[in-house]
Design a binder for this molecule. Sequence first.
Ligand SMILES: Cc1cc2nc3c(=O)[nH]c(=O)nc-3n(C[C@H](O)[C@H](O)[C@H](O)COP(=O)(O)OP(=O)(O)OC[C@H]3O[C@@H](n4cnc5c(N)ncnc54)[C@H](O)[C@@H]3O)c2cc1C
Length: 535
Amino acid sequence: MIQDRKKAIIIGSGFGGLSLGLRLQSLGFDTTIVEKLDGPGGRAYVKKVNGFTFDMGPTVITVPHFIEELFALERDTHNLEKPDFPTPLNQSESGLGVATKKYAEIVPIKPFYRIYFDDKSFFDYDGDPIHTREQIKEIAPDDLDGYERFHTDAEAIFKRGFLELGYTFFSDVPSMLKVLPDLLRLDAVRSLFSFTSRYFKSDKLRQVFSFETLLIGGNPLVVPAIYSMIHFVEKTWGVHYVMGGTGALVNGMVKKFEELGGVIRYEAEVTKIDINRRKNWFKKPQIKGLVLNNKETMAADIVVSNADYAHTYMSLIDSEHRRWNPDWRVRNMHYSMSLLVVYFGFKDTGDIDLRHHNIILGPRYEELLTDIFKRKILASDFSQYLHIPTITDPDLAPEGHHAAYTLIPVPHNGSSIDWQIEGPRLTDTVLKFLDEEGYIPDLMTNLVHCEFVTPDYFETTLSSHLGNSFGVEPRLTQSAFFRPHNRSEDIDGLYLVGASSQPGAGTPSVMMSAKMTARAIAKDFSSDIQSWESK
Ligand SMILES: Cc1cc2nc3c(=O)[nH]c(=O)nc-3n(C[C@H](O)[C@H](O)[C@H](O)COP(=O)(O)OP(=O)(O)OC[C@H]3O[C@@H](n4cnc5c(N)ncnc54)[C@H](O)[C@@H]3O)c2cc1C
C-alpha cells in the first residue's frame, strides 16, 4: 500500500542541515528547513560589504567526492549503502564530477597550507611526499625516519578509522566495543600531540603534524590520535576551494535542495520542539512538530536538529522529556574552543608573499593550547590561520584589493573574558602584528575594511552553548558512542545532524553525519520509503 509522504523538518541550514535536506528529499520525505538567520550556511554564512565577499567560516574544502555524491542525488533514487570512496591512490578525478559542475566550480589549492613558525621560517604542506621529505630534511634531518614511521602508522589509522569505519553510527556499547581493540592496536587513543611526538623530535614538526585538529575545534594535546587521519584525508584527496567562496557551494546546495522539491524558510527561529507525552513509563515520548518565534506551529513526522547540541536539548525541549540528555549531562560535556575572526579588506600593493591558506604559529604551542582549552585565559601571544582567497579568486574584492580573514583560537565563554573590551583590542593587536612582522607590509595604511566576530557571535547569533565554534569538543570521552547520538534516545522521531553529533565537526564530517542520520531515518521508515519508491 502506498503511504502518504512523511513530513520532515530540519532546524538549521548549516552544511549538515542542507546535506541532510538533500538526502531526505531523495529518500522521498517532504522536507522543510527552518533557519533562524536571513540566509543559509550557518557557520558558512557569507558577509558581502563594500564590494568584498567574506566567507565567515569554512574555507578549507576537502573530500570533494562527498559533495559530488550530494549533487548527484535525485528524488526517490538513493543508495545509502554504496561505498563512496574512490580508491585513495586513484586521485585523477577524485570526485570533481559531472554533477558538482552544474552547481559549483571546485579547484585544487597548493600548497594546502603554508605554516609559519615563530622564527618566520615556514613549511609548505602540499601532500607531495618528496617535497615533504625535502622540507623535513631542511628543518630536522634526524626526523626523516620518524616521518616514514608516522606516515605508515597514520595511514593505517586513516584506512581503518576513515575508509572502513567512517560511517559507523555508534548507537550502542557493543558497536563501540567491536572497534576498541583495533583502536588500541593502532595506538589511536593516545593524544594526537603525544602520538606525533613519538615520531618527531623537532618541535616544529610536532606542530606541523598536529595543528589541523584546531580547524575542527580539537585540542591536539587532548584529541585522540585517530584524528591523525586528517593529514591523510588531505593528502589523499587534496585541499580545494570553491570559486566564488564557500558560500557559492552553500548556494548550490540550496538550489539543488529546492530542485528536489525541498522548502527552505529563513528568519524562522525555532523556540520549542513540540512533543507528545510518553504513553507509559516504558514508551518514549513522540515528536509532534515545533513552534517558531512568531508563535506559528508546524507539525512534523520527524524533526532533525542541525542546531547546537546543548541548544537543542536544553533550550528547545522540556526537561520532562529527557532521560538520556538531562541538563546535568548536557552541561557537563566539554565544548570546543571559540574564535576571534577578523574579516578585512586591504589595497593590494603587490608586496605580500603569502599563500591562500597560512598558519602563523606563535612562540608557544602546548602552553598556549592549555591557556585556551584548560585555563581559559586570554594569553598575550596567539597563533592564527590567515585566509587570503583573493590570491586564487580576485573577484571576491574590488579591483586592486584583497579580501582576507584571520582566525585566532580563544577560550569559549566559560571564561571571564569581556569580549566587548577584548574583541576590538585583540583585533587591533592582530592586524598590527601582520603589518609590523611583515606578513602584510603596511596593512594598517592600506586597510579599507575591518570587522570581527567574537565568542559572543557564536553564542547569540548561532545559538551555540558558551559560544563554542565547533560544537561538542572532540576528545576520547566524547567520541563515537560517547558523542551525542544522531537518533535521539529520548524522543521518537527526533534526530540530530551536524558538528555536535557523530562523527564530528568540519564540513566533510558533517556531510558524513548527514548520511549517517539519513541511514537511521531510512531504517526507521523503511516501509514508507519503499511504498513511495513503488509509486
Ligand atoms: C571560522 C570557522 C572556520 C572553519 N573552517 C573550516 C574549514 O576550513 N574546513 C572545514 O571543514 N571546517 C571548518 N570549520 C568547521 C565547519 O564550518 C563546521 O563544522 C560546519 O560548518 C558545521 O556545520 P553544521 O551544519 O553542523 O552547523 P552550523 O553551520 O552551525 O549550522 C547550524 C544552523 O542552525 C541554525 N539554528 C540554530 N538554532 C536555531 C533555531 N533555534 N532555529 C532555527 N535555526 C537555528 C543556525 O543559525 C545555523 O544556521 C570552521 C568553522 C568556523 C567557525
